[in-house]
Design a protein around this ligand. Structure first.
Ligand SMILES: [Zn+2]
Length: 516
């Protein structure tokens, strides 16, 4: 029986028009994929955090066993596809990891395991530790056979809307203990889209959320699986949306947020649209958090273990407080200093926190404003370490953040207000002016000494130093146009000035500045 006959038999037996069962050969699925007809990473799928294609990586044990099972024609779990009416693509509701592994094997990103042999037509083939292209080259007939006579069993849903797709995903995945954050990810509401866009390992533009290595996050101590980074963004978005009325975090309130937002999204009334106030605020805060983590990366004591969800969120809420007092655009952060001062303010907290006790700053002192009625000496008390790196209630936040507020001043926390104009050495300015032939470095118009504006090629905010090697002279117009970012011309200038002497750290900084 060939594949057409099998599919005909499956088709003939069906009366349900909403489900189609089909065997699809590896070669056909590969063609569909190459033609862009399959959405391998739809919203419902878990992010694919395998390292396929990375240097020296040819698949983990799970991937290699799957490749063997597939090539041997063993039964592998069915794959579920629904036709997404918006994209007109087959979206993988379940089975993305299986599909991607096999497709990536065919593409040459993964290898078979050592010692894999295959008997075919009375001959034995050594297929161990090989790329697909090697098998094709060495045994073309066998390769052709494997590609055309090994099938995915696909369950297709041609008429399934977003909500039903979510239900299907949840039903299929409840089989393997899905986390709350993974269930929430199945929503297509505005809040779900926002959290995915900012936080998901497979969507986010922020390095802290999208860089992982060997299945582990590179910069923070969240997991790259289980949608932990999305959950972090959800917790932030929840705080922003509840404002002063939030008291407690946790899956219960976050799930509620998603569920309520679904009908609001349908009515066009969600406050989490991508250009909404909350979205912009969340994005700004996460950008700063990202810079904070990356700027401190590699410093002793501030490795990924330091950056857990609770601590990151406390920093972010504190940033929100700062941004409520100062115009964010006028601030330049030195995040090493910021984190040092923040940490010191926390470490200096002498008192212990009692659960539910609330705080305010009155007359320059931390005062307990409620929760004091309990004279129970056995009431649970916490040291600041426990509340800083844990604690989801508003009283936990107040306990930490009011103490930091009390110690806060801009310069102590490494924040510079207004445009930064550190002074270059006067002699360096004269020398550079002459080296530039008394012209603006960008537009090449002549500039007089009084028109000369000193410009940091690598901006101060990404630690560009105030030294001759980072100095260029611009006319007023060009300097104004440049603002605080960096462009490719600047990159060329800095390479000419410092070529070959740049450290990897400086190169990373330049990359960041270019991305601003
Ligand atoms: Zn100019």
């Amino acid at each position: 029986m060939n594949i057409e006959q099998m599919n005909k038999a499956l088709e003939d037996g069906r009366v349900d028009v909403d489900t189609k069962l089909e065997f699809i050969s590896a070669s056909e699925i590969n063609n569909l994929d190459a033609g862009g007809s399959i959405d391998k990473s739809p919203l419902y799928q878990r992010p694919y955090t395998k390292r396929d294609g990375q240097k020296g990586y040819f698949g983990d044990e799970w991937q290699k066993s799957l490749i063997v099972a597939f090539l041997r024609g063993k039964f592998i779990q069915p794959i579920h596809w629904r036709l997404n009416p918006k994209t007109n693509k087959w979206e993988i509701v379940d089975g993305g990891h299986r599909t991607r592994t096999i497709l990536n094997f065919i593409k040459g990103l993964l290898k078979t395991p050592n010692g894999f042999t295959f008997e075919w037509k009375g001959e034995s083939y050594d297929l161990g530790n090989k790329f697909w292209s090697e098998i094709q080259m060495e045994s073309p007939k066998l390769a052709n056979h494997l590609l055309n006579y090994n099938y995915f069993f696909v369950i297709k849903y041609p008429n399934m809307d977003d909500k039903d797709a979510r239900k299907k995903f949840l039903t299929l995945n409840n089989l393997h203990n899905m986390k709350d954050a993974e269930k929430r990810n199945a929503y297509t509401s505005d809040v779900a889209t926002l959290c995915r866009t900012l936080g998901a390992v497979d969507f986010s533009k922020h390095m802290i959320f999208n860089k992982y290595d060997g299945g582990k996050m590179k910069y923070i101590s969240l997991k790259s699986i289980g949608r932990e980074t999305d959950a972090f963004v959800t917790s932030l978005v929840y705080l922003l949306s509840e404002g002063s009325s939030w008291t407690e975090g946790g899956n219960r309130v976050w799930n509620e947020l998603y569920s309520v937002d679904e009908s609001l999204t349908d009515d066009g009334k969600s406050k989490f649209k991508l250009n909404s106030v909350i979205s912009k605020e969340a994005k700004l805060l996460i950008q700063h958090l990202n810079d904070m983590v990356i700027d401190n990366a590699g410093r002793k004591g501030y490795g990924k273990q330091y950056w857990g969800a609770h601590r990151m969120l406390k920093y972010v809420v504190f940033l929100k407080w700062i941004f409520s007092k100062y115009d964010v655009n006028s601030l330049t952060f030195n995040y090493k200093k910021f984190v040092d001062s923040f940490d010191k303010a926390v470490a200096d907290i002498k008192i212990k926190h009692k659960a539910y006790q609330r705080y305010e700053i009155i007359n320059n002192k931390i005062s307990i404003v409620s929760g004091t009625e309990s004279t129970d000496t056995d009431a649970l008390e916490y040291h600041h370490t426990k509340v800083f790196s844990g604690g989801t209630r508003i009283d936990d936040y107040e306990f930490i953040l009011k103490h930091v507020e009390l110690n806060f001043d801009l310069s102590k926390f490494g924040i510079t207000k207004g445009t930064v104009r550190e002074n270059f050495e006067e002699s360096d300015v004269w020398d550079t002016w002459a080296e530039q032939d008394f012209k603006c470095k960008k537009c090449e118009n002549d500039i007089t000494r009084s028109d000369v504006e000193n410009d940091h090629i690598i901006p101060v905010k990404v630690d560009g130093e105030t030294s001759k090697s980072n100095l260029q002279l611009l006319c007023k117009d060009c300097n104004r146009n440049k603002s605080a970012g960096m462009d490719t011309e600047d990159l060329l200038t800095i390479l000419q000035k410092k070529g070959g002497t740049l450290t990897p750290e400086q190169i990373r900084k330049i990359g960041e500045a270019l991305a601003v």
